[in-house]
Design a protein around this ligand. Structure first.
Ligand SMILES: O=P(O)(O)OC[C@H]1O[C@H](O[C@H]2O[C@H](CO)[C@@H](O)[C@H](O)[C@H]2O)[C@H](O)[C@@H](O)[C@@H]1O
Length: 254
């Protein structure tokens, strides 16, 4: 029996998925990212099944994740935004789970302004203010200019916010004063939903936190090329959508 076949038989299944690069192809304008239609159909099929939950687990702020995933108030998908520091659950709709320290907010505003000054002369680099931090995007910058901007921003944050969590991703360098990771996001969802088996899929470095924390009854899927803690790899979002569709079929037939 394949890993997918046995996961389909688990009493309570959680399908937890990263968004960018996993359900949506990477695009130059982050707010124009959308789930590919085949992925949407597979997720809808999974949520329609008994004892089966679907969650989107993203580095995006919850507000942005709701926009790009076209998530509405009656949606059945659970959401974990900001790497798990913000959540939304059908029927409960919680937002940010813990209050912030005003000093963090003040420092964040100052740092966003300073990083914007650093990257203003760099073509193709820009700052994304995030719920608990900031991201320096360099997808459209020349590689040497991107490297130099990242070096300057790294130095600034090392001096002004040495305790913030640093993350790298696809043409992005991020810092946040909240330290939650996708491993904690999946653990919280698993506990809340009583999941006996989890499928987690992701394409990026931050997804490896969740993939490394999976157990024997779970299945990790890496989307794209490169090393991963996942036991299964697929080429792109379309191939992941096909795998999720197959999982829905197997689970419907159990
Ligand atoms: O955890 P994820 O859902 O994968 O979010 C990770 C980051 O996604 C966004 O940036 C990435 O996707 C953009 C759109 O495809 C792309 O332009 C960018 O180069 C990628 O880094 C988002 O803007 C970040 O805030 C997320 O942390």
């Amino acid at each position: 029996m394949s890993d997918l076949d046995s996961l389909a038989l688990t009493p309570r299944l959680l399908v937890a998925l990263d968004f960018d690069g996993t359900l949506s192809p990477l695009v130059d304008e982050p707010m124009s990212a959308r789930m590919i239609p085949a992925a949407r159909r597979a997720l809808d099929a999974l949520t329609a099944l008994p004892a089966t939950d679907v969650a989107l687990v993203s580095g995006r702020s919850l507000a942005d994740l709701r926009v790009i995933s076209e998530h509405t108030d009656d949606s059945l998908f659970h959401l974990a935004g900001s790497h798990g520091a913000e959540t939304w659950h059908p029927g409960a709709r919680t937002g940010q789970d813990d209050p912030d320290d005003p000093a963090d907010r003040e420092l964040l505003a100052e740092l966003v302004a300073e990083v914007e000054r650093i990257v203003a002369p760099v073509d193709g680099a820009w700052v994304e203010p995030k719920a608990f931090g900031l991201g320096l995007h360099t997808r459209l910058a020349r590689p040497d200019a991107a490297q130099e901007a990242q070096r300057e921003v790294d130095a600034l944050l090392a001096e002004r916010a040495p305790n913030w969590r640093r993350r790298t991703g696809r043409d992005i360098l991020e810092f946040a004063f909240r330290h939650e990771g996708k491993d904690q996001a999946v653990a919280a969802l698993r506990e809340r939903l009583g999941a006996t088996g989890v499928l987690f899929a992701g394409d990026d470095v931050t997804d490896e936190d969740a993939l490394r924390a999976l157990g024997d009854d779970d299945l990790g899927v890496h989307v794209g090329a490169g090393d991963s803690a996942a036991s299964v790899s697929v080429e792109d979002p379309a191939a992941l959508a096909a795998l999720l569709h197959r999982l829905a079929q197997l689970r419907a037939a159990r």
